[in-house]
Design a protein around this ligand. Structure first.
Ligand SMILES: *Cc1c(COP(=O)(O)O)cnc(C)c1O
Length: 472
């Protein structure tokens, strides 16, 4: 038990300047307030800026390098340069007309949590070294578990994003079940096979099933592949299902895959990096039914949970699963149930020193409350449905290829020539009005809108579709 230091024992800190490298406190305040103003001004006017802006290496280098500074450079000047040049040239994932890939509609309460954690140099590595931030992470994970609707007892850890979260889950699954063959489809996110390769899985241990006409994993083909591998003496150990593909928002048949995994004694992993937050709404829950059976589940709060980059999350349904893979002390296999109050997060992933990513999530849940978050997610789902209705309103121009489900709709021009979708997406993006991406669904080229920013208006959607209909 530690008690607060008595006032008489507080060392005299007045001898120490506030900043490690000697910046006076009044400058810290002034520059700090300036940063707040710069950020809020940009947020207020964000729909007036281009949704995406890309510079050339020469132009950006010439303005941002200027040689290693031997002497101090005016920080006001540097902040302005960062805002005008560096931060202007990027995809603005929180722009109301950013529809490309997966947007990042970050919220301000989350930014506040992030700033505070950075300012306090918060660490969430061990209980002994960061009991406060670790508690916030435990609480935020528990709130997230309830929000998504996962079973009690589910544990997790926050990492940098979906890629590392999936990798973390795969490593834990391998430790739990022994290495073998993993099954996914051609619609799985590109980072998944990469993560498996990175963990040392050989090509013949990654079975890529052809998705069906609806871009979903066919249970029959999964069963057949498992049986074939068993006959060949291989060890099937994990099925990686998609809880919302990045390409089209399609969801693998989770209940059936869960049943197969149970019957075949395989690990059931769900990659819900972008889609899982939809499970917090009634409509999304119906689409994502079955995620509660996952042995491990990944989601990316920096996508559809309104967090600034970066934060990804991996959940495992059985306590101690992550520690059995990642605990630093090989001798150490703690009784997780007995120790639940004191978690060393360094034992739950490959990160040792790690920042307190949970502060922003904790601030978000408290500041807005679940109902507002659910409403914001519902809005994203509804916006994709509105986009689909717009497209169906011009049947001579557009064909809906994958209907809106959880915030993504894929569509095609009637009689699109080779490269036409990509050209139109580029023309709209180059104009600055909106950011749109095209993709391939199997061998078919399509345009797609991902509409998870609750600030997006119906006019934004209609205006974007209108511009896409014009020849590039
Ligand atoms: C975005 C995404 C990933 C990768 O997540 P990062 O945060 O970019 O590393 C993995 N799977 C799916 C389905 C995604 O949408």
């Amino acid at each position: 038990m530690s008690s607060p230091v008595k006032a008489s024992e507080v060392p005299d800190c007045s001898r120490h300047p506030a900043d490690t490298l000697g910046m006076p406190a009044e400058d810290m305040r002034r520059l700090g307030y300036k940063v707040v103003d710069l950020v809020v001004e940009r947020l207020i006017g964000r729909d007036l800026e281009p949704a995406i802006l890309t510079g050339t290496p020469e132009a950006l280098m010439s303005r941002l390098d200027g040689g290693l500074p031997e002497a101090p450079v005016d920080p006001d000047n540097s902040l302005d340069l960062l805002v005008r040049v560096a931060l202007a040239h990027q995809q603005h994932g929180d722009h109301p007309r950013y529809f490309a890939r997966v947007p990042g509609p970050s919220s301000f309460a989350a930014v506040l949590g992030e700033w505070l954690g950075t300012g306090f140099n918060a660490i969430s590595a061990s209980w002994g070294g960061g009991s406060g931030p670790s508690t916030v992470e435990l609480v935020a994970l528990e709130w997230l578990r309830q929000f998504i609707g996962l079973p009690p007892g589910t544990e997790g850890v926050l990492v940098s994003g979906g890629s590392l979260a999936n990798l973390t889950a795969f490593a834990a699954a391998r430790t739990a079940r022994g290495s073998g063959v993993a099954y996914l489809t051609d619609q799985a996110h590109a980072s998944l096979p990469r993560s498996l390769r990175g963990l040392g899985f050989a090509q013949e241990q990654v079975r890529t099933l052809e998705s069906d006409a609806n871009l979903r994993m066919p249970p029959d083909a999964l069963l057949a592949a498992i049986a074939k591998d068993r006959r060949a003496g291989r060890h099937p150990f994990m099925v990686v299902a998609s809880g919302g593909t990045t390409n089209a928002g399609t969801i693998d048949p989770l209940p059936e895959i869960a049943r197969i995994c149970k019957a075949e004694n395989l690990w059931f992993h769900v990659d819900g990096a972008y889609g899982a937050p939809a499970a917090a709404t009634a409509q999304g829950r119906r689409c994502l039914a079955g995620i509660e059976h996952a042995d491990s589940l990944v989601l990316d709060p920096h996508k559809w949970l309104f967090q600034p980059y970066d934060v990804g999350c991996v959940f495992v349904s059985r306590p101690g699963t992550l520690e059995r893979c990642f605990a630093l002390d090989a001798e150490y296999l703690r009784d997780v149930t007995a120790d639940r109050g004191q978690v060393d997060f360094r034992d739950r992933s490959l990160e040792l020193t790690r920042r307190a990513r949970a502060l922003k999530l904790w601030m978000t849940f408290r500041t807005y409350g679940c109902e507002r978050l659910r409403a914001a997610i519902r809005r994203g789902i509804a916006l994709a449905e509105f986009a689909e209705a717009c497209l169906r309103g011009s049947p001579a121009t557009w064909e809906v290829v994958v209907p809106a489900q959880i915030g993504i709709v894929c569509f095609a021009l009637r009689n699109a020539g080779e490269g036409e979708h990509a050209r139109r997406a580029k023309a709209v993006s180059d104009s600055g009005y909106a950011a749109v991406s095209s993709t391939m669904l199997k061998s078919r080229s399509v345009l797609r809108l991902c509409t998870i920013n609750p600030l997006t208006t119906e006019d934004d959607i209609a205006g974007t579709i209108d511009r896409l209909a014009r020849p590039a």
